[in-house]
Design a protein. Structure first.
Length: 238
């Protein structure tokens, strides 16, 4: 009878079958956050940015070169006159036959200009953009007195040339009702509604009756009292 042999080490195939292979799983990477949506600018802000870029481009193309720090009210007026070549408003000259006519019947060779309202709004936007860019309000060339005078002259000149007078808009004030009058009317209506059968007609008829009727006659007791009081007592004895 054969003796049992010593058991050898298990084969590799058997070990692979018994021990599962651990696979390395990479941790999930965080997804990058999408960029926040860009806030859409309003129409005023977009126009202000375009006007500011246009003015800076004008300074770069200026001859001789001009920086924003050296810009004055005279340079702003020069910029406004430069914009007249892109205007669309007919401004009649003083010698034109249509001078002062709001609706000329025929065309004329008078040049086109920027309307006063457009220039005034442009200066307002540039004035705000100058201060928003970090500059001091005291050095704002768009707030210079010379610029205000120029805009006033343009306004008056265009009003005369086009025959359209400039009228400043006035705020309408609502008239306040007097407290006493409103209270009396309310009280009279409330009193008339509180008493049944009494209205305007009742008050008028009552007042007419009271005016026409005489004073009330005294009652019987009052009449007797008055007669007794009026009659003198007799002192003679029979």
């Amino acid at each position: 009878m054969d003796s049992p042999g010593t058991a050898g080490p298990p084969s590799s195939s058997a070990g692979d079958a018994q021990q599962p292979v651990a696979l390395a799983v990479a941790p999930p990477q965080p997804q990058p956050h999408p960029p926040p949506p860009q806030q859409q600018l309003s129409r005023y802000e977009s126009q202000k940015r375009r006007d500011w870029n246009t003015f800076l481009q004008y300074l770069r193309n200026h001859r001789p070169p001009l920086t924003l720090a050296r810009c004055s009210g005279a340079h702003v007026i020069e910029f406004l006159k430069y914009l007249d070549q892109f205007g669309k408003t007919k401004v009649h000259a003083s010698g034109c036959a249509h001078y002062g006519q709001p609706s000329p019947p025929a065309p004329c060779p008078c040049p086109l200009r920027q309307a006063w309202g457009s220039l005034d709004a442009l200066i307002g936007r540039l004035r705000a953009a100058y201060e928003e860019s970090g500059h001091a309000p005291e050095s704002n060339p768009f707030a210079a007195r010379a610029v205000r005078i120029y805009l006033r002259e343009v306004r008056d000149g265009q009003a005369k040339a086009r025959g359209i007078p400039y009228e400043k808009k006035k705020r309408k004030r609502t008239p306040a009702l007097p407290a006493g009058g409103a209270g009396e009317g309310t009280n009279s209506l409330s009193a008339a509604a509180a008493v049944p059968g009494r209205g305007e007609g009742g008050e008028q008829s009552g007042s007419g009756t009271a005016a026409a009727s005489p004073l009330p006659s005294p009652t019987g007791a009052q009449a007797e009292g008055s007669s007794v009081t009026a009659a003198p007592t007799s002192t003679s004895r029979v």
